[in-house]
Design a protein around this ligand. Structure first.
Ligand code: PRT
Length: 283
C-alpha cells in the first residue's frame, strides 16, 4: 500500500481530500481518525499536522504527502517533489509598521524580526547580507511589532488582510509557496509504482482544472484564421454543420489565456461559442 500524509485540519485539508476524491479514490474518514484506508485504491491516508509531515516523510513513516512548500523549506529535510497542486498559495514576506519609511531590505540591518520560519529567514538574510536578530514565535506573529517584541515580521501572506488589520505593510516577498505532492527519499519500489499511478491521475485532474473545452461555429472561409488562434492539444476538430458553408470547431483552451483567446475568436468571426468544463484530461 502507498501511505500518503495529508493535513488533518487546516487550510490544506479540504483541497487535499477533494483532489484524492477527484482521482476517483474513495476514503471513508471519521473526523477523529488518524489513518484511513481507501476503498478502491491501495492507499492508506495519514491525517497529520502539516508542520509534522516533513519529519514523517524523512523517517519513512509515510511514502508521500500533500504539504505546503514553505513547510518543507523550513524543515530542510530530504524529499522528492512531484507536482505543484495549485492550492494553498501564499508567499513568505517581510512586513513592517505602516508608519516606517522603507527604502530596501537593508532597512532590516540591526532590527528584530519575529517569525515562525527562522531557518528559512536566516538563510535568506544571509544570502542578502542582512544582519538582523530573529525572534522565533509559533503563532500570531503579526502582533509582535505592536507589543514591542520586534521591529518587523516575516510571515505567510495570502490576501494581505492580516497585515492590514495589524497596521503593517508588506515590503519584501521572499518566496512563493503552494501545496505540492512530494515523496519520501526512502520510498520502496512497490510504493513508487503506486505513487506513479496516483501522479498520473493527479496530472489528469489538474490538466482538466486548468483547461476548458470550446465549441464554436464559423463560416468555412474563416476556419483557417480561427484554427490559428485555437491552441488545442494538436489541432482543432472541424465538423461540417447541417447548414452548407458552415462548420463547428472543437478545441481546448488553457485557463490562463482563456478570455484573451475568446476575444480573438469573436474578432475572427467565431459564432455560437460554447465553453464546457473538462472532467479529466489524459495526455
Ligand atoms: O497545524 P498544522 O501544522 O497542520 O498547520 P499550520 O500551522 O501550518 O496551519 P495552516 O492550516 O494555517 O496552514 C497550512 C499551510 O497553508 C501553510 O503551511 C501554507 O502552506 C498554506 N497557507 C496558505 C497559509 C496561508 N495561505 C496563510 N495565509 N498558511 C498560513 N496563512 C496565515 C498566515 O500565517 C497569516 O497569519 O494566514 C495569515 C495571513 O493571511 P492573509 O490572507 O490575511 O494574508
Amino acid at each position: 500500500m502507498l501511505r500518503i500524509a495529508i493535513q488533518k485540519s487546516g487550510r490544506l485539508n479540504e483541497e487535499s481530500q477533494r483532489l484524492l476524491a477527484e482521482c476517483g479514490i474513495r476514503v471513508d474518514n471519521g473526523a477523529d481518525q488518524l489513518k484511513a484506508v481507501a476503498r478502491n485504491f491501495p492507499l492508506q491516508v495519514y491525517y497529520l499536522r502539516n508542520s509534522d509531515i516533513p519529519q514523517y516523510l524523512a523517517d519513512g513513516v509515510c511514502d508521500a504527502a500533500i504539504v505546503g512548500e514553505n513547510t518543507l523549506k523550513e524543515k530542510g529535510l530530504p524529499f522528492v517533489k512531484h507536482l505543484a497542486l495549485g492550492f494553498g498559495r501564499c508567499r513568505l514576506s517581510l512586513a513592517i509598521p505602516k508608519s516606517e519609511r522603507y527604502t530596501d531590505i537593508s532597512w532590516f540591518n540591526g532590527k528584530r524580526i519575529a517569525t515562525s520560519y527562522p531557518n528559512t529567514l536566516r538563510k535568506i538574510l544571509q544570502e542578502r547580507a542582512i544582519d538582523a536578530e530573529i525572534h522565533e514565535i509559533s503563532g500570531s506573529v503579526e502582533i509582535a511589532p505592536n507589543i514591542g517584541l520586534a521591529d518587523g515580521i516575516c510571515d505567510l501572506v495570502s490576501s494581505g488582510g492580516t497585515l492590514e488589520r495589524n497596521g503593517l505593510k508588506e515590503v519584501e516577498s521572499l518566496f512563493s509557496s503552494e501545496a505540492c505532492l512530494v515523496s519520501s527519499s526512502r520510498i520502496s519500489s512497490d510504493a513508487q509504482t503506486l505513487l506513479d499511478r496516483l501522479v498520473f491521475r493527479l496530472v489528469s485532474v489538474l490538466n482538466a482544472q486548468n483547461n476548458k473545452y470550446v465549441l464554436l461555429n464559423a463560416p468555412n472561409h474563416k476556419i483557417q484564421a480561427i484554427s490559428q488562434i485555437l491552441p488545442g492539444i494538436k489541432s482543432p476538430t472541424v465538423m461540417p454543420l447541417a447548414e452548407p458553408g458552415w462548420s463547428s470547431l472543437h478545441s481546448v483552451i488553457g485557463e490562463d489565456r482563456f478570455w484573451e483567446i475568446l476575444d480573438q475568436l469573436k474578432a475572427a468571426g467565431a459564432e455560437g461559442i460554447l465553453i464546457i468544463p473538462i472532467e479529466k484530461m489524459v495526455s
